[in-house]
Ligand binder design. Structure first.
Ligand SMILES: Nc1ncnc2c1ncn2[C@@H]1O[C@H](COP(=O)(O)OP(=O)(O)O)[C@@H](O)[C@H]1O
Ligand SMILES: [Mg+2]
Length: 244
């Protein structure tokens, strides 16, 4: 299996604090990888480095064998091939849901408004949000906002979707509808790298689980191995917190 996205030797510090200490990670087309680890272990930083929102100190990142960590590349062109959803504050509050969803298509990809809106309404319709397309985000529940944010992220057909703890800020009763949408995207063949604390979801949906501890990958493999029968003491210790 050849990697769509491949990073080697990623180092990242904030001031004196080394947050990523030589991370090697790859992602194949249609693969769903769950990144797990304690708060502060570097999950968000790794995602932000991989999608070029954060400069790295050392290492290389390849997308389709192109070195996208080369400072000479056009980072905006690369970012246009990615989609990302974060924990919260994903939608622009001053834009309607429809304008949020179509913004990148119209501005970055130069898709005509009519075409972008037709596609957005189709996607919003699939998740039952077409009726709310002309509303501003504050009229939507947290779960609806996150689903709209996911739709916005996929509206440009990204090659890789980065999801960073997208259900962490939601009330528990709203988590299911968001995870269900991610499950559908995964079933449809999306390539997804997601930081998550939803272990049951990772077990069901991810092809591979990567455990990050203090900026290094300690263990990775199929969910049945890493989550159900971890080899490393640090993985066991981490997972014990979720089952206790
Ligand atoms: N922009 C930043 N400036 C300074 N420190 C940061 C910044 N972003 C993250 N950190 C620090 O990096 C460490 C890892 O953070 P993060 O990647 O957010 O971990 P996680 O997502 O696993 O909780 C934390 O100690 C955090 O405080
Ligand atoms: Mg984080």
């Amino acid at each position: 299996m050849t990697a769509l996205l491949r990073a080697t030797g990623i180092h990242k510090s904030f001031g004196e604090r080394e947050v990523l200490r030589g991370v090697d990670i790859d992602l194949a087309t249609h693969e769903v990888v769950a990144l797990i680890g304690a708060s502060g272990s570097g999950k968000s930083t790794l995602l932000r480095c991989l999608n070029l929102l954060e400069p790295i100190d050392d290492g290389q990142i390849f997308l389709d064998d192109e070195d996208i960590s080369d400072p000479r590349i056009d980072a905006n062109r690369v970012r246009a091939r990615f989609g990302a959803v974060f924990q919260s504050y994903n939608l622009f509050p001053h834009l309607t849901v429809l304008d949020n969803v179509t913004l990148a298509s119209r501005v970055v990809h130069r898709t005509p408004r009519r075409e972008a809106e037709a596609r957005a309404l189709e996607l919003l319709g699939r998740i039952g949000l077409a009726d709310l397309a002309r509303e501003h985000p504050d009229r939507l529940s947290g779960g609806q906002q996150q689903r709209a944010a996911i739709v916005r992220a996929i509206a440009t057909d990204p090659e890789v979707l980065f999801l960073d703890e997208i259900t962490s800020a939601l009330d528990p009763e709203l988590v299911g509808e968001v995870l269900e949408l991610v499950r559908q995207l995964a079933a449809d063949g999306a390539t997804i790298l997601m930081a998550t604390h939803e272990m049951a979801f990772a077990r069901d949906v991810a092809h591979r689980v990567v455990f990050l501890d203090a900026g290094t990958i300690v263990e990775q493999g199929p969910p049945a191995d890493v989550l159900a029968a971890p080899r490393e003491p640090r993985t066991r210790e981490f997972l014990a917190r979720f089952t206790a």
